[in-house]
Design a protein around this ligand. Structure first.
Ligand SMILES: [Zn+2]
Ligand SMILES: [Zn+2]
Length: 166
């Protein structure tokens, strides 16, 4: 089946793709692609003048990385961390996992929240406390479990514990 707009998972391996991971983290930071591009272009050590054309080019580049058509190099991914929070090593791990499907089952797969993309070294922090994994779902963090699902792309069918009227 064709993947939809989120397309977060490689069908063969069931592992989230590096691009889908970046998109999840960007969306969790509530940033648009152009906003990320503008921040990158305006980094104090950036050589470029952040004009509209450069920002548009950067935005297209980020889009290509999120689509997994042109993944970032690890150096580029490190730069991207200046714009929003994600775990660079998780990104690197996902690239390795998808670069070599034959290694399926041998390399450790990072545990990532399917809803917001948070992970062990990159948790959601609410009221000063980091999130944890929910008891019933190893791919859903407590911060997401306690929030009405914002993303229509995910079907957490019947998982709403919000006390819906019976
Ligand atoms: Zn989450
Ligand atoms: Zn979380």
């Amino acid at each position: 089946m064709c993947q939809g707009t989120t397309g977060p998972v490689d069908v063969a391996t069931g592992i989230i793709t590096p691009g889908a991971y970046l998109r999840l983290r960007r969306e969790a930071a509530r940033m648009g692609i152009r906003q990320v591009a503008a921040e990158l272009a305006a980094l104090p050590f950036a050589v470029m003048w952040p004009g509209p054309a450069e920002i548009a080019r950067l935005a297209a580049r980020i889009g290509a990385a999120e689509d997994d058509t042109e993944p970032f190099t690890l150096a580029e991914a490190e730069l991207l961390q200046h714009a929003f929070r994600f775990d660079w090593s998780v990104y690197a791990q996902l690239i390795d996992l998808h670069a070599d499907p034959a290694s399926d089952g041998t390399l450790p797969v990072p545990q990532i929240c399917r809803s917001c993309g948070c992970s062990w070294h990159d948790p959601c922090v609410r009221s000063g406390a980091p999130c944890a994994w929910t008891d019933h779902n190893a791919e859903l963090c407590t911060a997401c479990a306690h929030r009405p699902a914002p993303s229509p792309g995910l079907h957490l069918a019947g998982a709403s514990g919000e006390g819906a009227p019976a």
